[in-house]
Design a binder for this molecule. Structure first.
Ligand SMILES: Cc1cc2nc3c(=O)[nH]c(=O)nc-3n(C[C@H](O)[C@H](O)[C@H](O)COP(=O)(O)OP(=O)(O)OC[C@H]3O[C@@H](n4cnc5c(N)ncnc54)[C@H](O)[C@@H]3O)c2cc1C
Length: 497
């Protein structure tokens, strides 16, 4: 069978690219090294409990939203139903904040203003800026030739803040350290001093205008829907098939070679995997020497440690939200510890309880809880090195540390109700998906790695494209789906569709 396009990797980036390309009449094959599609975005079952392996929420799922539009274009929309996340809670050592996510900018600003009335004016000015940047980002997506010509005029703030960290901007607007903590509470695994301000502004304006959502049935419903749409369009998926080489001749891709030794010829190849692996390990040596320095200078995101809990308890009296962000209060210090390869004693923990949104994920009277904290790949000599029993010991120690933190600061008596517990380390994330050192978000969203600072979707090798969270526009489920739509558009144009 000859394919027009071969996609390496069946994560959200690869699946979206494939599902869009089959709609344009192209013959597409996805090669996935794992035994299931979805990459990081997957659910797993333990008895009658359904857990989400990694992700917790996504934006743009409402009619007209960014992700919604892509799902409609792929045909996956009719396989999915999204539940809106109405509230979230941020808990800091000295105060807490209830977030009413449906209320958009106004409701969010009101909540923060009530806590920090002295920062009223600065808050208004800051959100004016966020709104302007959000508008420029939206216009950037539909860039026309006159926008390009008048780029500095239309995109003044994108130019002005392109290298700014969130920390720098917060310091220039606010005096109070508490409000800075609140405005920096984001799922990025980076503290304000290292986090791109433009990334933050984009994320906040999208979350506050498009809402946040959870797919009914668990996060695994998303790749399942994309795979269904892909297959309905005639696409093929081969699981348990690892690509070991991308063949290139005369500066153009010729196809891919799998670990089993099968060669699949194709004029177009999309690598929707770890960028270092794609552009350093998989390409012929001559390209490695050309791209080595550039690829190895990229900064990867920190990994994560996750705990999956099944509990038998009635949570209704506690009136908990689906998502709670339990902040350590000093993310700068925490980050420095993590960079040194240490795990903080009292770490930041993100808690999600999917059964509060979708009760079908556990039997009656039970809930599933998921705890996430940033974690270094190199902790305790790489989680015990090759010593399996030490690995299990460290994993158990960390599991208990996270449960203790949640119990002490949030849900007292939690451990008495735990009926099931399992954990995932950075090594687990790497083993299942091949992500660099278990990188949570692919490339770290630093100022240097925002927008055009990220690797382009088109590579210097003819016919070789990149999708996924190491490339443009950004990480996350929606970011990688958009990368898939960029790549699908480029390939369709190249192949005259
Ligand atoms: C703990 C955690 C929490 C997160 N929370 C959220 C969240 O709440 N919301 C959100 O939007 N995002 C979240 N993310 C990020 C989001 O999941 C990712 O940015 C996104 O899913 C990346 O998709 P991808 O397609 O680029 O890559 P991946 O998901 O890594 O998929 C790559 C696929 O390629 C396969 N592969 C690798 N090498 C090869 C090879 N040589 N041959 C064949 N196949 C190969 C892998 O097996 C894998 O299936 C989270 C991530 C983590 C780890």
């Amino acid at each position: 069978m000859n394919y027009d396009v071969i996609i390496i990797g069946g994560g959200i980036g690869g699946l979206t690219t494939g599902a869009l390309l089959v709609r344009r009449g192209l013959r597409v094959l996805i090669l996935e090294r794992g035994s299931r599609i979805g990459g990081y975005v997957t659910s797993f079952k333990r008895g009658a409990l359904t857990f989400d392996a990694t992700g917790a929420f996504l934006g743009g799922c409402e009619e007209g939203g960014e992700f919604y539009k892509i799902l409609v274009q792929t045909g996956a929309q009719r396989h999915l139903r999204f539940l809106r996340i109405e509230t979230a809670r941020n808990i800091y050592p000295d105060f807490s904040l209830e977030l009413h996510l449906r209320g958009g900018f106004e409701e969010y600003i009101k909540g923060v203003r009530e806590l920090f009335p002295q920062e009223r004016k600065a808050l208004r000015d800051y959100f004016d800026l966020i709104g302007k940047i959000g508008g420029e980002i939206n216009r950037f997506t539909g860039l026309t030739w006159w926008h390009k010509v008048l780029f500095p005029f239309y995109f003044r703030h994108l130019i002005l803040y392109q290298r700014a960290s969130l920390g720098r901007v917060l310091d220039s607007y606010f005096q109070n350290e508490g409000i800075k903590q609140v405005l920096a509470t984001l799922p990025s695994h980076l503290p304000p001093s290292h986090l791109s301000f433009l990334f933050t502004a984009t994320l906040i304006s999208k979350v506050l205008t498009q809402g946040v959502w959870y797919p009914q049935g668990g996060m695994g419903a998303i790749p399942q829907a994309l795979e269904a749409a892909f297959s309905e369009g005639g696409g093929e998926v081969q699981l348990n098939t690892e690509v070991e080489r991308i063949e290139v001749e005369g500066g153009r891709v010729k196809g891919v070679l799998t670990r089993r030794g099968d060669f699949f010829p194709a004029r177009t190849v999309v690598a929707a995997i770890n960028i270092r692996r794609a552009l350093s390990d998989l390409l012929p040596e001559e390209y490695d020497s050309k791209l080595y320095d550039w690829v190895h200078a990229l900064e990867y995101s920190l990994s994560s440690f996750l705990v999956y809990l099944g509990v038998e308890v009635d949570l209704a009296p506690l009136a908990l939200p689906y998502l709670t962000y339990l902040s350590s209060g000093n993310t700068e210090m925490e980050y420095e510890q993590l960079r040194r390869g240490e795990m903080p004693d009292d770490p930041t923990v993100i808690i999600t309880i999917p059964t509060l949104l979708d009760s079908s994920l556990a039997p009656r009277g039970h809930h599933v809880l998921r705890l996430i904290t940033p974690a270094p790949y190199g902790f305790r000599n790489g989680w015990g090195g090759n010593d399996r029993s030490l690995y299990l010991e460290i994993k158990d120690e960390m599991t208990q540390r996270l449960i203790r933190t949640v119990e002490a600061r949030y849900i007292s008596g939690l451990s008495a109700h735990i009926k099931f517990v399992e954990a995932a380390t950075p090594l687990t994330l790497e083993r299942y998906t091949g992500n660099e050192r278990g990188a949570t978000y692919g490339l770290a969203p630093t100022p240097r790695q925002f927008g055009r600072g990220r690797p382009a979707n088109k590579t210097p090798i003819k016919g070789l494209y990149l999708a996924g969270h190491y490339t443009r526009p950004s990480h996350g489920i929606v970011g990688t789906a958009i990368s898939g739509s960029f790549v699908a558009e480029m390939i369709s144009r190249e192949q005259g569709r």
